[in-house]
Write a protein of this length. Structure first.
Length: 113
């Protein structure tokens, strides 16, 4: 039998604009499993910065836009895994203040079947 993996959509992580300020705020729960696909959507009208340590600006996501990271594509070998580690926590803060909308972090991981 072939070695297969099932795609699992994790619970969406979200934070309303009212929870976003000039200091980093937690967005949802920590990753329970290594993430293979990650989509960060900024559905607010403010420019936002994201972090995984709550202090360093790591990703900029402009207002009403998104960033999509497909970490499983272009692997050098089939057994190589390029993932966002389990236990990772996401944080967000404003670059410019939002007055409407939410941010969303969508995650897909794989399970051996």
């Amino acid at each position: 039998m072939a070695n297969t993996q099932t795609v699992i959509f994790d619970t969406i992580r979200t934070l309303a604009y009212t929870g976003i300020s000039g200091t980093y705020a937690v967005v949802g729960s920590k990753l329970a499993y290594p993430a293979r696909l990650l989509c960060i959507t900024n559905a607010t009208n403010g420019n936002l910065l994201f972090s995984t340590n709550g202090s360093t600006d790591m990703l900029f996501v402009a207002q009403n836009s998104f960033k999509l990271f497909d970490l499983s594509t272009n692997r050098l070998t089939v057994d190589q895994m390029f993932v966002v580690s389990a236990g990772t926590q996401f944080y967000v803060k404003q670059s410019t203040a939002p007055t409407i909308g939410d941010v969303y972090i969508e995650v897909i991981y794989g399970a051996q079947t």
